[in-house]
Design a protein around this ligand. Structure first.
Ligand code: CTP
Ligand code: MG
Length: 228
């Protein structure tokens, strides 16, 4: 059974505030993007990697992949993350039965978590990684007043990777596009089909590098993992 991964890297990193895509920023001296791609390239359960990039990054990404001899198929992204994932799926070999979708901006997912997720998706067909929220979450209306406080026990913060039977995710993306619907993650599109999505507990270290604060937190995680 063949498993592919679509790594989306075609954002612009607006919230980071730099002059180019945040994924080029260094973590332990190397681009965030390099950490994420290497992890999947060296994973024994991953058969194909599609890396989705934006046009401004295209040439530099090719150079990076060549320099490190990484076996990766490169696809071009779109305006929204959902468009980028869809383009990535189109570039994935039809022989892939399962696909993981992962944010390049999450370099701290572990090989063990990836293996566990592949095992779980073979059972459930749609599986996402998430962690219980630590804060109390409130629904705040446009008026600036609290409208609701959902029970914290049922709230999970969703991460990537998310894994799916390939045919199911393709169907979900086609249906969303046809209906003009934009989801904030891939699982949402599968949920719209009425298909159950199982949750695998991830880790609080699997942060998404989003704002400058995340960079020093990322360096700390790297240091911890190196045993320093
Ligand atoms: N992404 C993508 N295509 C897009 C938008 C985002 O491939 N059109 C990717 C990003 O490169 C990132 C992941 O989706 O790896 C998660 O997105 P996010 O963290 O929001 O990154 P950016 O969109 O780049 O950041 P921002 O929202 O701050 O601009
Ligand atoms: Mg974004």
């Amino acid at each position: 059974m063949s498993t592919g991964v679509v790594i989306v890297a075609a954002g612009s990193g607006k919230r980071m505030g730099g002059h180019r895509n945040k994924l080029w920023l260094p973590l332990a001296g190397e681009p965030i993007l390099a950490h994420t791609v290497r992890l999947f390239a060296s994973h024994q359960d991953i058969d194909q990697i599609v890396l989705v990039v934006s046009e401004p990054d295209y040439a530099d990404v090719l150079a990076l992949l060549k320099a490190e001899n990484l076996p990766v198929t490169v696809a071009l992204g779109g305006n929204e993350r959902q468009d980028s994932v869809r383009n990535g799926l189109a570039a994935l070999a039809t022989s892939c039965t399962y696909v993981l979708v992962h944010d390049a901006a999450r370099p701290f997912v572990t090989k063990q978590q990836i293996s566990d997720m592949i095992r779980q998706v073979q059972r459930d067909q749609a599986t996402i990684m998430a962690v219980p929220v630590k804060d109390t979450i409130k629904v705040v209306g446009a008026s600036g007043f609290v409208e609701d406080t959902p029970a914290r026990e049922s709230l999970w913060a969703v991460q990537t990777p998310q894994a799916f039977r390939m045919s199911l995710l393709q169907e979900a993306h086609e249906a969303a596009k046809k209906a003009g619907k934009l989801g904030t993650d891939d699982a949402m599109l599968v949920e719209w089909l009425g298909h159950p999505v199982s949750v695998m507990q991830g880790s609080y270290e699997n942060i998404k590098i989003t704002t400058p604060d995340d960079l020093w937190l990322g360096e700390e995680i790297m240091r911890k993992r190196r045993g320093e």
